[in-house]
Design a protein around this ligand. Structure first.
Ligand SMILES: Cc1cc2nc3c(=O)[nH]c(=O)nc-3n(C[C@H](O)[C@H](O)[C@H](O)COP(=O)(O)O)c2cc1C
Length: 190
């Protein structure tokens, strides 16, 4: 798969097959994050890979999914993620940590696509629970959790019309509106 294809087919995945993700694959995802661009090359990010079933259950409890879907929705028991990558930032190390996180997360998600995996970045998370569960030192900021697993859904991109809110149709397919290229692209002038 080339990079363009991975960029095109990557969508946030929130329904997963119940199939374990090999830890070696998760290590490779973190290794892809390791070589992402980093402001002043300060590299303030670290990662916790979670594969243990009972730890995964504890992480899952603190996650809020797909805020636009009503009524409130979360993956059912037979569609939960198989693994998580918790993203930590040592804020003292770099003022650019938030940009670094975005770039690292995209590296993870694109390589995941190549491996046939799906991911969802979640920032609506119970950070206190994660800190105590993994004994994360105080000097780390807990930014996000990336859910990882084999996709059990295939969301589709739509042209954005009135609302940025994604929605599910009667077949359960998630539709994700994106702004049109002509609305965001300016060549040689605004
Ligand atoms: C910073 C950030 C935070 C996010 N937090 C959540 C979250 O807490 N829960 C969730 O279900 N999705 C979350 N998402 C996923 C977005 O909803 C998703 O990227 C967006 O709807 C566009 O869909 P796409 O990723 O398929 O293009 C987050 C994404 C980003 C970049």
């Amino acid at each position: 798969m080339d990079v363009e294809e991975a960029i095109r087919i990557r969508r946030s995945i929130r329904r997963f097959k119940q199939k374990p993700v090999p830890v070696e694959m998760l290590e490779k995802l973190v290794d892809a994050a390791r070589v992402a661009p980093s402001g002043a090359n300060l590299q303030p990010l670290e990662y916790i890979v979670v594969t243990d079933a009972s730890l995964c259950d504890r992480v899952f409890e603190g996650l809020k999914w797909a805020g636009y879907l009503k009524p409130e929705w979360r993956p059912p028991e037979d569609e939960k993620p198989s693994a998580y990558i918790v993203v930590l930032a040592d804020k003292q190390k770099s003022p650019y940590y938030e940009v670094d996180i975005g770039l690292a997360a995209e590296n993870i998600m694109l390589l995941a696509v190549e491996y046939g995996l799906g991911c969802c970045v979640l920032r609506n998370i119970d950070k206190d629970e994660i800190r105590s569960l993994f004994s994360v030192p105080d000097y780390f900021y807990i930014d996000s959790v990336i859910a990882v697993g084999y996709p059990a859904e295939k969301p589709v991109v739509e042209e954005l019309r009135e609302s940025v809110e994604y929605w599910r149709d009667e077949q359960g397919t998630l539709h994700v509106p994106k702004r049109k290229l002509k609305d965001i692209l300016h060549i040689n002038r605004y």
